[in-house]
Design a protein around this ligand. Structure first.
Ligand code: NAD
Length: 266
């Protein structure tokens, strides 16, 4: 039996990396998946590939920092797939730089996408999923935070602040949705370094800032901090998202799952 048959999922930032992997795994497990992203061509390609594999998937252009686009995204899930059970707030951007050099425009950009975008996702998903909403049968919200939302990392201050916010938002939302009887669970995932566009840029930025001499040294030194001996691949995170989306985690809410090969405990 497929884990998500009959479920409808919305994955933000699904054109690339972790979001694309989650969309693929959810569809393979029987969910109808709406993929949103600002990268239209790549997003369409991921959705088309899922359909070629026999899955149900649709792509829409969606900037998570725009509230009206959240309204249309959720309405689209309900119209096209008849409901909304699973929301993955995956879209995110990073910015590397020293706090002494930070620009207000960059702070605001990160807050708009990584924090406001996630809060707006909760607002519109809750309205749709809760009893009385247009889907009305509860669901699961999964938020992509980061190990940077748990421990300090040099040159990632602004990004860390946004990911710490996502961690606590998840817990507040879990309590609110539980106490108010919405039947919606909310949890956060905290990946370590994952091989995606963002992961590659992060390493390059660290090299650019002089934290590491070059890319090779960066990867070697970073790997030493991962007891499992490798950095992550998008599928590592998609498996965790699948667990949090499925009934197997039906008594889990407000928790944080660290998926980092043991980096934060070593
Ligand atoms: P990625 O850059 O490969 O993918 C992020 C996607 O989000 C892109 O397709 C991008 O177009 C999209 N996006 C950016 N701004 C958007 C917006 N305003 N509206 C909609 N979509 C937008 O990165 P990834 O590594 O797959 O990251 C996915 C999530 O995982 C992010 O929230 C990231 O912070 C988090 N994360 C990544 C890593 C890592 O090492 N890669 C580690 C920890 C956490």
């Amino acid at each position: 039996k497929q884990n998500l048959s009959g479920k409808v999922a919305y994955v933000s930032g699904a054109a690339s990396g972790i979001g694309a992997a989650i969309a693929r795994v959810f569809a393979a497990e029987g969910a109808s998946v709406l993929l949103g992203d600002v990268q239209v061509e790549r997003g369409e390609t991921v959705a088309a590939h899922i359909r070629e594999q026999g899955g149900r998937a649709l792509f829409i252009h969606h900037d998570v920092s725009d509230e009206r686009q959240w309204e249309s995204a959720l309405a689209c899930a309900v119209e096209e797939f008849g409901g909304m059970d699973l929301l993955v707030n995956n879209a995110g951007i990073e910015q590397t730089g020293l706090l002494a050099d930070v620009e207000l425009a960059d702070i605001n950009k990160l807050l708009a996408v990584n924090v406001a975008g996630v809060i707006l996702g909760h607002k519109h998903a809750i309205r749709t999923m809760r009893p009385g909403g247009s889907a009305g049968k509860g669901g699961s919200i999964i938020n992509l935070s980061s190990v940077a939302g748990l421990i300090g990392t040099p040159a990632l201050g602004v990004y860390s602040a946004t990911k710490g916010a996502v961690r606590l938002l998840s817990k507040a939302a879990a309590v609110e949705c539980g106490r108010l009887g919405y039947g919606i669970r909310v949890n956060s995932i905290h990946p370590g370094l994952v091989d995606t566009d963002m992961g590659v840029k992060l390493v390059d930025d660290f090299v650019g800032l002089g934290v590491f001499a070059d890319r090779e040294t960066a990867l070697r030194q970073m790997l030493e901090t991962y007891p499992i001996g490798r950095t992550g691949v998008p599928g590592d995170i998609a498996g965790t998202a699948l667990f949090l989306a499925s009934e197997q985690s039906s008594w889990i809410t407000g928790t944080e799952i660290v998926v980092d090969g043991g980096m934060t405990i070593s």
